[in-house]
Design a protein. Structure first.
Length: 330
């Protein structure tokens, strides 16, 4: 059952107050050029978000010690097509929510820049390309693509997002699959190192998503989406995020100890996490939206930094102690 959520008039609601295409004041279907429609579809893949997840995929591949140009090229295609296709399909399924939220009402589908059939066709085409490209690498990469699709569309979007405030816990599995896929592309199997990297992405997601949800709290209330920060107090939200950040540091440390490299990535990432924890403490004591947005902007690149540094750590494997001495002036 959907937790109690109230609209701005303090009226209990269990469904969005508006339906897609109903009294939204949007223009009639745009009959613009093909180029404009293609651009709209590209926008629906959320290029910045897709790029960040692709960094975890390519970073996972390079961190595993591989550098085959053919596989790298295929991973770029797998990453954009599978992540972007899943995102486009997600937008189709959540078009009623997007039509309600101020932040998303201008997206291509609720603003009628593209039609529903164009959206479905584009999502299907991208996903087919993603799965086929993954099959040219190995079956484990295919598994991660399909697992990401399953947990994002079936579990997160259709089963838990509108029903539980802990929706991103399961939804985060989808976001962690590119990292696992990158590692599997390099090693040809699902290994502990890839699982740890995948877990690291999952543990970063609460900071990334929940802080943004708090900043957009009114939007989620309007759409009746039970995100945890919408229902819980800022202090409780901060407590849960702190726990995930401490576990993120533990995850990076476990990668370092089990794989034999990653010292620099651990030090830099831990420093950033400690800074995020400091900002989080200020947010808990003074939970205004400006502080939430500041924390969101600071937190977003953390996972990217981790997946950029880990491949460098692998390159300098065995020389990290010397590098650290040079860095600290020893």
């Amino acid at each position: 059952m959907l937790p109690a959520i109230y609209d701005t008039n303090n009226k209990f609601v269990t469904e969005p107050a508006y339906k897609y295409g109903e009294n939204l004041g949007v223009e009639e279907m745009n009959t613009g050029s093909i180029a404009a429609r293609v651009k709209a579809i590209i926008d629906m893949t959320k290029p910045l978000q897709t790029f960040l997840l692709m960094v975890t995929m390519i970073g996972g591949y390079l961190a595993a010690g591989a550098s085959n140009l053919r596989v790298l090229s295929l991973l770029l295609l797998v990453g954009y097509s599978s992540i972007g296709g899943t995102t486009v399909l997600n937008m189709y399924l959540e078009r009623d929510i997007d039509a309600v939220m101020e932040r998303t009402r201008g997206r291509p589908l609720p603003s009628n820049k593209v039609s529903e059939w164009e959206t479905i066709f584009s999502a299907a085409a991208l996903l087919v390309i993603g799965v086929y490209s993954a099959s040219l690498i190995n079956e484990y990469v295919v598994f991660t693509v399909l697992a990401g699709l399953y947990f994002d569309i079936i579990i997160y979007t259709n089963l838990v997002k509108r029903r539980t405030p802990f929706n991103i816990i399961l939804g985060g599995i989808a976001g962690s699959m590119p990292a696992l896929g990158g590692w599997a592309a390099a090693r040809g199997s699902i290994e502990l190192g890839g699982i740890i990297l995948s877990a690291s992405v999952m543990l970063w997601i609460p900071l990334h998503i929940w802080i943004l949800a708090y900043y957009l709290k009114d939007d989620y209330l309007r759409a009746s989406i039970p995100m945890f920060p919408v229902l819980a107090s800022p202090v409780k939200t901060a407590t849960y995020i702190k726990a995930s950040l401490y576990m993120l540091m533990l995850s990076v440390a476990s990668f370092m100890f089990t794989q034999g490299y990653g010292v620099i990535a651990f030090i830099v990432t831990s420093t950033l996490i400690l800074r995020a924890l400091s900002i989080l403490n200020k947010f808990a004591s003074n939970p205004d939206k400006n502080m939430a947005f500041k924390l969101y902007k600071f937190a977003s690149p953390i996972i990217g930094v981790l997946f950029i540094l880990l491949p460098l750590d692998h390159v300098f494997k065995g020389y990290e102690c010397i590098i650290l001495k040079i860095l600290v002036g020893g």
